[in-house]
Design a protein around this ligand. Sequence first.
Ligand code: AMP
Length: 220
Amino acid sequence: MTVVVLLGAPGAGKGTQAKFLETEFGLAHLASGDLLRAAVAAGTPVGREADRYMSRGQLVPDATMIRVFLDRLDQPDARSGAVLDGFPRTGTQAEALDEALTEHGRRVDHAILIEVPVEDLVARAAGRWICSAAGHVYHAIAHPPRVVGVCDVDGSPLVQRADDTADTVRARMAQQLGALEDVVRHYRRRGVLRTVDGLRPIREVTEAVRAQLVFDRGAA
Ligand code: AMP
């Protein structure tokens, strides 16, 4: 039973690497942003609340986020191992996660920080396209699809997220980077934080993430 937390600013590549960990290590991929977007699309009370914050690039309040995410973590598919993508995003969320895991005799085994400078993140987000069926991620320059506007994997149309405009991205960064620092400190104190250079090509980042998991497993 392995719990991996992927950390990084919005657009650092957490989703891309999480999909790799899902396939390679058989972990359930739990993405907080996807959970919230599903709630928004379904028009649930949580979705209506979340939408007010997400559309402004702000964090959804801790109490709501913790409830939604911990419910998801409790589902059967996550019990044998999970990669957490986008949660925890604040110190309070990190504490709540530790408490919930401890109750079940589990813990965060690996916290992997994907480091990318802010100015690169703003440029990345502006060119990001996402497959409407399964969330496969493309970039107009760094990782274009073979056919413009169409997902290589499943042929579904690619869409841009409403909250990926340059202004919203800058607002997200300003609000979220301070909170990310708290989460990084949290895991550094617990001795499980590892860092990878997120500016390298996707495949090399994947190799670095894999190396951390395999190395830690060998060292344990
Ligand atoms: P993401 O897809 O991870 O970039 O998340 C999109 C948006 O959902 C963020 O900009 C936040 O508004 C919200 N969100 C996602 N995860 C969290 C979280 N752990 N805490 C608070 N808000 C979140």
